[in-house]
Design a protein around this ligand. Sequence first.
Ligand code: CAA
Length: 248
Amino acid sequence: MDKNGKRVALVTGSTGGLGTAMCQRLQQDGYRVVAHYRNPDKAKEWSDKMKAEGFLFDLYAADISDYVSCGEMIAKIEAEIGPIDILVNNAGITKDKPFHKMSYEDWDAVLKTNLYSVFNCTRQLIDGMRERGFGRIINISSVNGQRGQFGQANYSAAKAGMHGFTKTLAMEVASKGITVNTISPGYIGTDMVMAVREDVRNQIIAQIPVGRLGGTDEIAYLVSFLASDKASFITGANYSINGGQHVY
Ligand code: CAA
């Protein structure tokens, strides 16, 4: 909690479409929101835009793919703001290519940013959460971790790995007041999805029964609910939010 008794929520990759919506929702729901970023220029522009919209976040930088960098960021946040109660592992990138064209670098970057980051942050927060007897860890995976997607062997592997992690950690920390859950968004109207070639994207949208891309706020509402006390019996779960694209 911060010095005013507000629960502290760290959202990684906060300057992206989903991260922004999560930060805004969590702040509106009374949390002290710490926004992680990588690119200082983008973060400055984002922060100015957020202020203009009436949102005030604490911004902290780290290379999320690097264990030491994450540890330094977390130590700084905890010294300056207070212990982190809620961690949203949201940072992620794509490097889409059919597997036979995928380089080691494409594989390595996506695994390190999307999956190693989950270890890097969670491992360096979990002791404090265990000691305090409260914690919420929310991992943002993807429909493509559940079902696979042409061109995303790296991304699908990382996103599937996130839920494997969720299931085990949920069991290990359940008795300590800590819940661990996964959200698997489908195709949401973010820059990441809009970067998919238009013809490919239109084919994908045609496969979504609801008939449209999801809204970022449609993911953020669930993040905020899972962070709350009301969700204390929910752990180890994987929530699909995909407009019916993948039903199983
Ligand atoms: N299914 C089956 N075959 C496909 C295919 C598909 N979806 N896409 C391409 N192919 C085939 C093509 O027909 C072509 O076949 P031939 O060689 O026989 O002609 C072959 O694969 C090569 O196709 P391309 O020339 O299109 O390959 P490319 O290298 O230019 O592009 C790609 C491949 C960029 C990966 C493209 O397929 C693509 O953009 N796929 C979508 C990836 C995607 O959905 N990314 C999601 C990003 S957003 C996100 O990740 C958020 C989230 O969590 C949902």
